[in-house]
Design a protein around this ligand. Structure first.
Ligand code: NAD
Length: 267
């Protein structure tokens, strides 16, 4: 049985994760962490998730539950995630990280923990998205250097704070890598005013923020006469939460390394 604690347990993903852990027969809820000083400290995390009392109350510091859990699941912000990695390194814990929007320096800092903290880090934990990444690799290899323009379009709910989404960037990276390109050189994130026609090798990104959209991603391969679109649509956060719990069970058996969902799923 993997003992899981959830950081940001009162958040959108946090509450969904409580449900997902409850539904998993090989995982158990060992704790939930809210922001320091939050009025939700002391509240039963089952009640936060709409499940009724589960007998585990939210705490506002990891130290309070350090002996209770094996794996931390963290869907919060880059700064909080890095602080939690330091805690895991100090206390011999494992971690699953779903947080997106990390800057390059934060990403480097995260990867630096790979030799001390067994972790799974993925901008999208859904099985479907990770299969989609494989399909994109194949499509890019067949089409990308044959005159097909590549564009990534994503849509999310109005509260999302980072853009483009971590998943859109990951899809772009997979396509770029398959073609020997980089997003630094070929990614185009803004087209405003007289920006001229697109170049052959650019990979364009477009973002929609509206209402309650859980997460939609399309990668388009377009040329004269045809267009291929590979699309993934998430209709519930449960798909990410179930993937994260699966990753937590998997990482419980790892001794080191910074892994992604492809490793977890054996893709
Ligand atoms: P949210 O704002 O609803 O939840 C974040 C929670 O973290 C909030 O409740 C906040 O109070 C809490 N928090 C902040 N600082 C904290 C601290 N120091 N200690 C404990 N809790 C703290 O956001 P969300 O929609 O749940 O998304 C969270 C992150 O997960 C975002 O980066 C989002 O892009 C990412 N995300 C990833 C996936 C994936 O599959 N990898 C899926 C969905 C969302």
């Amino acid at each position: 049985m993997t003992r899981i604690a959830i950081v940001g347990v009162a958040g959108r993903m946090g509450r969904t994760l409580v449900n997902a852990v409850q539904q998993d027969s090989e995982a158990t809820l060992a704790g939930g962490i809210v922001k320091r000083g939050s009025s939700l400290a002391g509240v039963d995390i089952g009640e936060l998730a709409g499940l009724g009392k589960l007998g585990v109350v939210a705490v506002d510091s990891l130290s309070a539950i350090v002996d209770d859990f094996d794996v931390l699941i963290d869907f919060t912000t880059p700064q909080v995630t890095l602080a939690n990695l330091a805690f895991c390194a100090e206390h011999g814990k494992r971690i699953v990280i779903g947080t997106t929007g990390l800057a390059d320096a934060e990403l480097a800092a995260l990867e630096g923990y790979g030799d001390r903290v067994p972790m799974v880090f993925a901008p999208n934990m859904s099985v479907g998205v990770n299969l989609t990444l494989k399909l994109l690799e194949t499509a890019a290899r067949s089409l990308g250097n044959e005159g097909y323009d590549i564009e990534v379009v994503e849509a999310h709910h109005r509260y999302k704070v980072d853009s483009p989404s971590g998943t859109a960037l990951k899809m772009g990276e997979v396509v770029a890598e398959s073609l020997g390109r980089t997003l630094k050189e070929h990614g185009v994130f803004e087209r405003v005013g007289q920006c001229g026609p697109r170049t052959d090798k650019e990979i364009g990104f477009a973002t929609v923020r509206a209402g309650d959209i859980v997460g939609e991603h399309t990668v388009m391969f377009a040329t004269e006469g045809e267009r291929i679109e590979i699309t993934h649509k998430a209709s519930s956060r449960m798909t990410f939460a179930k993937g994260a719990v699966r990753a937590a069970r998997w990482v419980a058996g790892q001794q080191e390394g910074c892994h992604d969902m492809q490793d977890v799923l054996g893709l």
